[in-house]
Design a binder for this molecule. Structure first.
Ligand SMILES: Cc1cc2nc3c(=O)[nH]c(=O)nc-3n(C[C@H](O)[C@H](O)[C@H](O)COP(=O)(O)O)c2cc1C
Length: 161
């Protein structure tokens, strides 16, 4: 375990329980669970960022793609929910992030999927895909195939160059 993971573990231990995950797909979904419904249709192993403070905090131990909805405030302010902010405060969760997939609603115009776009920009990783609400069957297929290609060694080598 790296020193930062150890520090995170000690930190997290001081504030509550933690759960380590080897999942290549990590997502957030609120109680309305649109995003969860989409992730279920992917039929892939995925870890969910906790909604409630009483749940163990999730810490990634391998490279992963983050799939998240936007909950925008006024003019896109506070569009990243506190649970995702908390998750990204862990060094390991930022270090292992390789790409972001955004869920949203085009009714929000220029703020469509703004949370995913902002995280990608801040963490210097690509926005891999965006979709509305629980996604169409075409979105499910695109993300399924896209992630399979994304995790092939050839594709990973190209990104490291
Ligand atoms: C209060 C509220 C604010 C939202 N703000 C945005 C927004 O700024 N941009 C966007 O693309 N979608 C926005 N959405 C749409 C959600 O991202 C969308 O409903 C998503 O599927 C919710 O996922 P979940 O049910 O898994 O939490 C908003 C939805 C709600 C209820």
């Amino acid at each position: 375990m790296s020193p930062t993971a150890l520090a995170d573990k000690q930190n997290a231990g001081a504030h509550g329980s933690v759960e380590f995950t080897k999942s290549n797909l990590i997502y957030f979904s609120s109680v309305s669970e649109n995003t969860k419904r989409f992730v279920d249709k992917l039929e892939m192993e995925a870890a969910r960022i906790p909604i409630f403070a009483t749940e163990p905090q999730l810490i990634s131990t391998v490279p992963y793609v983050l799939l998240i909805p936007t909950y925008g405030g006024e003019r896109g302010k506070h569009s990243i929910v506190p649970q995702i902010m908390k998750f990204l405060r862990y060094d390991e969760n930022r270090a292992n992030l390789r790409g972001v997939i955004g869920a949203g609603n085009t009714n929000f115009g220029e703020y469509y999927c703004i949370a995913a776009k902002r995280i990608a920009q801040k963490c210097n990783v690509p926005v891999l895909y965006t979709f509305e609400l629980m996604g169409t069957s075409e979105d499910v297929l695109n993300v399924k195939e896209g992630l399979e290609t994304f995790w092939t060694p050839a594709s990973q080598n190209r990104q490291e160059r």
